[in-house]
Design a protein around this ligand. Sequence first.
Ligand code: PLP
Length: 381
Amino acid sequence: MDKKTLSWIEIDRKAIENNIANLTKLAGPKVAIAAAAKANGYGHGLPEMVTILHRTEVPYLALHSTSEAETARAAGWERRIMLVGGVAPDDLDALVRLDIEATVFEPSIIEKLGRLSKKSKLTVPIHLKLETGTHRQGLTAKELAKVAALLKKYPEISVAGVSTHFANIEDTTDHSYARNQLKEFKRLVSELKKAGIKPRMRHTACSAALLLFKNTYFDLVRPGISLYGYWPSKETYVSYRLGGGENSILKPALSFRSRITQIKTVEADSFIGYGCTYRTSSRSRIAILPVGYSDGIDRRLSNLGYVLIKGRRAPIRGRVCMNLIMIDITDIPGVKLYDPATIIGCDGSETLSADTHAGWSQTISYEILARLSPLLPRYVV
Ligand SMILES: *Cc1c(COP(=O)(O)O)cnc(C)c1O
């Protein structure tokens, strides 16, 4: 990256293409892929993901909101969009205007949508989400009769899909809960069929299901984290390997870097940063990086995390500030002003992954990636 940029995110297009190719192979030729790209493409940048996905055969984007769908359309995405997060009751015209398929988990929205589509004489495709044990979004078994009646009343609404989402598939190596959800899903789908509703597609699989269980694929799979090169969890990786799965099918695609904007020598017994939480024990060389918690670096990394400079680990000293961190480079010779530092990514033989950050912050890679600031410039490399 040229020196006009102080902090940036790089997206490795080949890594994403590799992940999509391997996941497509796993899914097989009859199963469509909906690339989950909510939360700004898991922090990778939604417009950048649109650019990358355009070069693949992926037919669907799975997004959270109509505003994300606006962004994807503005970036030139012309294929299908599935909204997994639902739609505001008065924003139904956005579905038609943006040509998107909303997930419906609330009967009253079918009534609203029905009236709209009848008035406009347009067919509106939806996905019915079924409650199978996650107790998040989903139509319960009791609501299905009402749903069927509404769908009869409004033939303009076409059921593009029927779906569910697993509660306990990535957090465990015991998959009995997921098996029960799958059973319940099949039962509810046959209930719908009896009521005369035949969805074009059935879909249940997130990354963990796609990586582990062929019987969850049905007609379409919805991988997110794996597209970006991360395993949903250690448990998923272990289960996959125990099942004889090939190693290294996923390559992380994102790097987050920033340039040193100041280097200073600090005498022994000096305090560094807000709250004077760090005191030097000897004369130290401190580098300043213009990134902080507003960029997505967890404040819990204060006096705990490190970054990579010249392929070496440089510890964070003092508290993480809103847009700055202080780094100890005393033991790394030859560091100059504007040298790049790696916050997430590889440098030489060292790697700091989103999983490394997740370990430091006691969270998951998903959160680390999703909260990378949308203000950071993204470059597809
Ligand atoms: C985000 C999301 C996914 C993708 O999950 P991953 O674990 O990232 O693969 C799949 N389905 C739904 C409904 C989602 O919201």
